[in-house]
Design a protein. Structure first.
Length: 235
């Protein structure tokens, strides 16, 4: 049976079609979902894509976190369904309290766009099991409000319980505390990160590597990992 992964479109989503393409390249069936619906259409996993939902009014992801479909997303996450929040989607997960902390304006107050090195800190989640812990990957980054913040007690818990999924390597592009680029929940089914794995899934269109320009496909492993996680559960 083909794994079906839903991609939710919110007003202002920009990378929903890119996420759908990445899912297809990984070997799953992408399912387009609408923010105003209460129907997840029987999908096996969910992606909250990047963009500027509701124009980033109030705070990035704050209004989208209250969209009708988010009640179903919360229920699905609680049941163990793999959920990935990318950039604006990460902001939604934080605003919906599916992941802790907050995301604020970049430390230098400028929008960033770059190919970003990350260290995989947790390879035991539904979205990272295809990596080795400590692996260095390159994923495109583009955001204006990607500075991760949390109270000291929360940071200590994240570090102590191994809930930091990704950390910036080489340079911290937005002033995130503890160089945090992405998180997982305790169960390992919900992951959020600021860089965009859907933009590193196809040779010729990804980040540059030592092998060739634009040949980086590290992002494909995220979606392949989710497919493997769903397959294990089904078995």
């Amino acid at each position: 049976m083909t794994t079906r992964i839903g991609v939710i479109t919110f007003p202002g989503s920009l990378d929903d079609r890119d996420a759908q393409r990445a899912i297809r390249l990984a070997g799953a069936e992408p399912v387009a979902l609408w923010h105003g619906s209460h129907d997840l259409e029987g999908v096996d996993a969910l992606v909250l894509p990047g963009g500027f939902s509701y124009g980033d009014y109030l705070r990035s992801g704050a209004i989208a976190a209250l969209s009708p479909i988010m009640s179903e997303v919360k229920d699905a996450a609680a049941s163990g369904m793999p959920v990935l929040g990318i950039c604006n989607g990460f902001q939604m997960l934080v605003e919906a309290h599916l992941l802790p902390g907050g995301l604020i304006r970049n430390a230098h107050q400028q929008f960033i766009r770059r190919d970003q090195k990350l260290v995989v800190e947790n390879a035991d989640t539904a979205w990272t099991s295809g990596f080795e812990r400590g692996a260095e990957i390159v994923i495109p980054l583009k955001n204006g409000e990607g500075g991760y913040i949390a109270e000291a007690e929360t940071l200590a818990r994240l570090e102590g319980e191994g809930l930091v999924a990704f950390r910036y390597a080489g340079v911290n592009p937005n002033g995130s505390m503890n160089d945090i680029a992405g998180l997982t929940n305790e169960r390992g089914n919900v992951v959020g990160l600021m860089p965009h794995p859907e933009h590193a899934t196809e040779p010729g269109f990804g980040p540059g590597t030592a092998a060739a320009m634009r040949s980086g496909v590290d992002g494909l492993t995220f979606f392949e990992s989710a497919i493997a996680a769903v397959t294990r559960v089904a078995a």
